[in-house]
Design a protein around this ligand. Structure first.
Ligand SMILES: [Zn+2]
Length: 347
């Protein structure tokens, strides 16, 4: 039997963003569906601990950490136009980063894989600032933890959030030990993630961006994962795989324009599991990023967990699925990505 962990803590609800799309209702809805479908009782509950300042400093400067702490303490209500904070946000952000660390530790110790159901999200957070609803870069902190504390060399980050993870990319841009792979809608916030952004110095070739045309659905995503991710990841041979699992590429999402289905997220997870079983003993930790349609988000998470844990649940799509085909525009983008990455990979 597959042992799949789930990280959750009710304190994640204390990051109070009011009626902002990234609100605590997201986690409440997801947990409700996992309970209702019987998925929750078949997962192993992982208790998160707050990340320490030393752990957050793996990727963030002390100046930013201190600025966030004092802003929350002083009652500042936002970091920028889009990024709301409340008095508890600093502590919740530490618990979010710590949640991914706990998941990683448990996968090394006794679990096969895990999902960290955390907030606030992280992939837009740069080393010296938050932004885009993100405070600390949870996935980046976990990446360094894998390398520094668990002594594993190569980490693959798969970021399927509909937005490009500018923070994660920049943190590892010159680092050949971390392969950052992102699929994202383009054009869209934050505007980074072009095909030509491949890394810098020794890190050249270790950033793989696949900007996708609006309307890309399950077929398009499978095509990209098969044609680009699978061969590069197999050649890279990661020791651990982390997924920046935002589900705002679901077709019902109000912030994205993609057409992935809940089942589609499950299939993508299966593809990552296949890569992980060939390269890194199946070690995968996924962490929540975006996803703003409550139904689309919760069914997508159920589908991902269904796949991670082989739960055997027949995940029904709650809304009418839009038309899906492989556009010439997408094929051309993939051709361009392969042309650029062929300089670094056997692709
Ligand atoms: Zn997003």
């Amino acid at each position: 039997m597959v042992k799949t962990g789930i990280v959750y803590h009710e304190n994640y609800l204390k990051h109070d963003t009011g009626d902002h799309p990234e609100s605590n209702v997201r986690l409440i809805t997801i947990m409700g569906l996992l309970e209702e479908t019987g998925a929750l009782e078949r997962l192993i509950s992982v208790h998160p601990k707050k990340a320490t300042i030393d752990q957050v400093r793996y990727v963030h400067g002390i100046h930013y950490i201190e600025e966030l702490r004092s802003s929350c303490q002083k009652g500042v209500d936002r970091l920028d136009l889009d990024t709301i904070i409340s008095s508890d946000s600093y502590d919740v952000a530490l618990l979010a980063a710590g949640g991914v660390l706990s998941a990683v530790d448990m996968v090394i110790k006794s679990l096969d894989n895990a999902f960290a159901l955390i907030r606030p999200p992280g992939h837009h957070a740069e080393s010296d600032r938050g932004g885009g609803f993100c405070l600390f870069n949870n996935i980046a902190i976990a990446t360094r933890h894998v390398q520094l504390c668990l002594h594993l060399d190569n980490v693959l980050i798969i970021d399927w959030d509909v937005h490009h993870g500018n923070g994660t990319q920049n943190i590892f841009y010159d680092d050949p030990s971390v392969l950052y792979f992102s699929t994202h809608q383009s054009p869209l916030y934050p505007g980074t993630g072009s095909i030509e952004e491949v890394g810098f110095g020794d890190g050249k070739g270790f950033t793989v961006n696949v900007p996708l045309p609006v309307g890309t659905g399950d077929t398009g995503y499978f095509y990209v994962f098969n044609e680009v991710l699978a061969p590069i990841a197999t050649e890279f041979k990661p020791d651990f795989i982390l997924i920046s699992a935002g589900e705002d590429a679901h077709f019902a999402d109000p912030l994205g324009g993609m057409r992935l289905t809940a089942k589609g997220f499950g299939f993508l997870t299966n593809m990552v599991k296949m890569i992980a079983s060939h390269t890194c003993k199946g070690r995968i930790v996924a962490a929540l990023e975006g996803g703003y349609d409550l139904t689309g988000l919760s069914y997508s998470i159920l589908s991902i967990l269904n796949s991670l844990g082989d739960l055997g649940i027949d995940v029904k799509e709650p809304k009418k699925i839009p038309k899906d085909d492989l556009s010439d525009q997408l094929r051309n983008r993939v051709r361009e990505v392969k042309k650029v990455q062929a300089e670094y990979w056997d692709i």
